[in-house]
Design a protein around this ligand. Structure first.
Ligand SMILES: Nc1ncnc2c1ncn2[C@@H]1O[C@H](COP(=O)(O)OP(=O)(O)OP(=O)(O)O)[C@@H](O)[C@H]1O
Ligand SMILES: [Mg+2]
Length: 334
């Protein structure tokens, strides 16, 4: 069942080009030069119920702008988006019931109220029944431990406590779709862990569809069944992380420790890429030979003492992917 459908979604911003230095700033004031930024450029995708989709891409790629269009905060310049068949912009009142939204860099809570008072207010805004409110609050406490700090004014919460509060607030009306824009930004290891646990739990328990933008690849590896990579406003990859990794980095490495350093290791389906004393690095393609076959061939022919398999580093791969697509254009036109 398709929950979110974006069709050739685009957003252009017109901004004034600022020249460097005081002279430039003055000249921009007198003769403002307008440029158009293609923040999101013809983006199409469909998201099924229950998916956890990671939106990743370098700074300024267009992730938040896409999320803002999906949640009705921004109107697309062209193209369309639908959430459960509703337009986030035209059917705003109905759509808010379908959505929970968290922007990691901004609070949606009431700064001067105690966290619990913010929840009470949201209960009224969303007309949440007493029984649903009670059940949801119980669950939020079980997973996010919010009762510990529910009596503290939002402005006095630590970042980790506030983020837990933000998530609870976004899920209070049990929306089927949750948008999270950098929910783990600035959190310590424990904070990130509890946010990820919560996301997994609501996804499994209620089948909540989650769209998550992040720069944290651990979020992606631990949570996302699918990855949409966006750069210069365009989708450059869409699929499971494993598939993207296989295409981008089809190699694996076998690191052997051998009994005597002088032995030259050879195999017809693997390249020896490094030999350092007793340690030998072999590179092989998953599609050509399995690790177990390669290990058994080598152990049969050579005095192998120990071994380990190394997968390509996901962070290196993503960095390469961003660099690769940097050559495609700047996303800015005059
Ligand atoms: N309100 C705005 N007015 C003008 N330009 C904007 C506006 N919002 C975003 N942009 C521009 O649109 C582009 C995409 O921005 P966006 O915030 O969507 O990126 P992002 O992928 O979320 O980046 P980050 O990882 O830094 O959060 C950038 O070039 C940004 O400067
Ligand atoms: Mg952003």
């Amino acid at each position: 069942m398709i929950v979110i459908s974006a069709d050739q979604l685009s957003k252009k911003f017109t901004v004034i080009r600022r020249e460097k230095g005081l002279k430039g700033a003055l000249s921009s004031l007198i003769h403002p030069e307008k440029i158009t930024v293609n923040a999101v450029d013809n983006v199409s995708f469909k998201i099924e119920k229950g998916e956890i989709v990671g939106f990743i891409g370098p700074n300024g790629a267009g992730k938040s702008t896409t999320v803002k269009m999906m949640t009705g905060i921004l109107h697309p310049t062209s193209g369309s988006v639908e959430i459960n068949g509703l337009s986030p912009f035209k059917d705003r009142k109905k759509v808010v019931r379908e959505l929970g939204v968290v922007f990691g860099q901004r609070t949606q809570l009431y700064w001067d109220l105690r966290l619990g008072e913010s929840f009470e207010l949201l209960k009224r805004i969303y007309q949440i029944s007493d029984s649903m409110y009670k059940a949801n609050m119980k669950q939020m406490d079980e997973v996010l431990g919010i009762n510990e700090f529910i009596h503290i004014p939002v402005r006095q919460l630590s970042l980790g406590q506030r983020m837990r509060g933000e998530l609870a607030a976004a899920m209070l009306h049990s929306p089927p779709v949750l948008f999270l824009d950098e929910p783990t930004i600035g959190l310590d290891v424990e904070g990130k862990h509890s946010i990820r646990k919560f996301i997994r739990e609501i996804n499994q328990r209620y089948g909540t569809t989650v769209i998550l933008t992040t720069h944290d690849l651990d979020d992606v590896e631990q949570l996302c069944s699918r990855l949409i990579v966006i750069n210069h406003g365009r989708i450059v990859e869409d699929g499971p992380l494993q598939d993207i990794a296989e295409r981008m980095a089809p190699y694996r490495f076998l690191v052997l420790e051998i009994a005597s350093p002088g032995i030259g290791i050879r195999h017809s389906l693997a390249d020896t890429v490094r030999q350092n004393g007793n340690q030998v690095w072999l590179r092989f393609r998953k599609s050509e030979i399995s690790a177990s076959r390669l290990i058994s061939d080598l152990c049969y022919s050579y005095p192998v003492l120990d071994l380990k398999i190394k997968e390509p580093d996901i962070e290196d791969m993503i960095r390469e992917l961003y660099k690769l697509n940097d050559k495609t254009g700047s996303g800015v036109c005059n």
